[in-house]
Design a protein around this ligand. Structure first.
Ligand code: HEC
Length: 119
């Protein structure tokens, strides 16, 4: 279900992306735009999450000693907030802190959009 919706939305997303490119060229010195998560873009970014958080829809199984929370289907705002808390040190799991610090705000928004769109 979700996938077919995403496919139908692709032309619209492509058009948006084209606008964004034109727009940013025209307004390079303007305020940074509000960051919007793009689930499609996260498909290239989630390779480092899969090992622990599992393939979409499944609980992670590696390494077994970890109780890795399921993030597929989790609320986007929650995922975003959690990643920022790891990055800031407000949450303190060593692996997640290292990973969260390596992500840009755009990466976080994209990953949140991606994982929240999974069931
Ligand atoms: C080395 C294993 C590992 C990798 C790789 C990993 N995670 Fe995690 N992640 C964990 C563990 C373990 C926790 C629970 C940590 C805790 O108790 O705070 C967690 C927690 C989280 C949470 C908070 C979930 C909740 O319910 O509070 C989010 C969101 C998250 N990870 C996202 C990601 C994303 C996105 C990536 C890829 C960029 C990623 N993780 C990569 C192991 C990993």
């Amino acid at each position: 279900m979700k996938l077919s919706i995403t496919k139908r939305a692709l032309p619209a997303l492509a058009a948006l992306a084209a606008c964004a490119v034109v727009g940013s060229a025209a307004a390079q010195s303007a305020q940074p735009a509000t960051i919007t998560g793009n689930a499609e873009a996260a498909r290239d970014k989630n390779s480092m999450c899969i090992g622990c958080h599992g393939i979409p829809g499944y609980k992670a199984s590696f390494p077994e000693v970890y109780q890795v929370p399921m993030i597929a289907g989790q609320n986007a705002k929650y995922i975003e907030a959690a990643l920022k808390e790891y990055a800031s040190g407000a949450r303190s799991h060593p692996s997640m802190v290292g990973i969260a610090k390596s992500l840009s705000e755009q990466d976080i928004a994209d990953l949140a959009a991606y994982y929240s769109s999974l069931k």
